[in-house]
Design a protein around this ligand. Sequence first.
Ligand SMILES: Nc1ncnc2c1ncn2[C@@H]1O[C@H](COP(=O)(O)OP(=O)(O)OP(=O)(O)O)[C@@H](O)[C@H]1O
Ligand SMILES: [Mg+2]
Length: 503
Amino acid sequence: QVHVASDVDVAQALRMDTYLGGAQPTAIPVGLYTSGGLEAPVYLDADFLLGPEAAHLNISGVSGLATKTSAVEFLLGSIFQHFPPHKGRVAAVCFNVKGPDLCFLDQPGALEDEDRRRYERLGVRAQPFEGVRYYAPFKADGVNLNTLRTHPDLVGDVEPLVWGLREVLDYAEVLLNRDDIDAKADAFIDFLSDRVVDKEFDDGFGGTHRVVTFADLERLFRSIFDGLELGGGRGDTWRTHHIATIRKVRNRLSNISTRCKGLVTDDGPSNDLPWGRFEDRAVYVVDVANVDPLGQDLVFARVVSKLREHLERRDLGVDAVVVFVDELNKYAPGDGPETYVKKMLLDISERGRYLGLVLFGAEQFRSQVHRRVVGNAGTIVFGRMDSDELATPGYQVLSPATKIKLATLPIGELMLRHPHFTQPIFVRFPRPAVLRGRDGVERFPPAADLPFEDAVVRQLVKLDRRVRPNLVKDVIADRREEDVRRALAHTRQTRPQDAFAHF
Ligand SMILES: Nc1ncnc2c1ncn2[C@@H]1O[C@H](COP(=O)(O)OP(=O)(O)OP(=O)(O)O)[C@@H](O)[C@H]1O
Ligand SMILES: [Mg+2]
């Protein structure tokens, strides 16, 4: 108890006493402040970190030394342990955008005695995350998962992320806004989405369609083009949509289904995050590290929009969600076109705090991220900074002494700006208690891709432990691969008593 007096002094000096005490404290431990012989915990205010007063966190600093990803992992753990009960339930959605970075959040990592001491001092238990759900698309073969968490001991809890035509069409704007803004194409996509998909539809040339998959849609496109050709002269519009617009939309859609095979599929029902059933203190890792940029954009757009929708209706299952986007400069760059993803990240930054939708972003160079995205972050964190970066106009507010300190900051130390603090505060945080990505792939080397049959066996055994591998191979021996994938998808969706019911 030797600390007590100095802890209180520091709390008062940093004006943390208002949210540390009282009937409903909102303090989240973030690191230890040290000065001379003194060492005291520093807390962020949950109302200003996760809303509604302010929200969002941005962290920047040089690769390897700034400990950006590590700091976010530690802070998420601290949030899960200290999120005040009166604020309800909280979860995190983390996009894994780089190699194995976030693939082992449920595994314990190596800590030193100093780290343990710091955990204790901060009142945070040093433990990996308990409820982690991993989602990854398939590779192009539609049966092997596109992630580095494929070691046989771990792959069992990776859920496939599979979307069909319906899921893609709802966010098709993503595909268009990348390089052009086209109201006509938008209108045609809306028409497909509202009037065609999943409905009995008459093409006007004597054919009836029920479009559920990309393949069905392709059939409809063909009958439209054939119909217009046979119709002779007047044939350049169909249902008020110009044939050029129809061709364009068709190209974009077929583009995504070929570039993102394995995420976007024709083979049966989709498999998605558990909308409406999010669990308290769970982390949902969505692994897009190895997905085509177009597919990454689609995943961001759809996942974040769904989170927003459900939080607005208050039926997500939790009251607040932290969305962690690493390498934010790629997704919300300061220059370049106004993509759908950028607009969406701006929208969270500006309105998310009322909804409990909170963005934690990390990047090497803050100057490369859209100004309003970083500008709306209530809490700003710096690790070791690059001195050229510090010379850019965004850092004019920092004193020369602070800049020198930032450029030489030791590993594991951070500078914090938070609405309650009148000046930047430097803290030390302990290593995150989770297995680092690169240690993870050493301890759990990713499995080689399985041949189609074996991959199907593994998927089916995962769904029903009683299934005998040889029997699966016999059953699928002379089936077409797409039929097998479709049967597998239906099995995943309906979990029948008899695992072979759909085969
Ligand atoms: N609190 C800490 N104390 C000491 N070392 C740490 C601490 N946190 C992380 N490290 C070490 O620092 C290294 C870099 O951390 P991390 O990967 O989080 O950096 P980063 O800023 O995300 O880098 P990049 O830009 O390359 O993604 C890690 O190897 C980790 O072991
Ligand atoms: Mg990182």
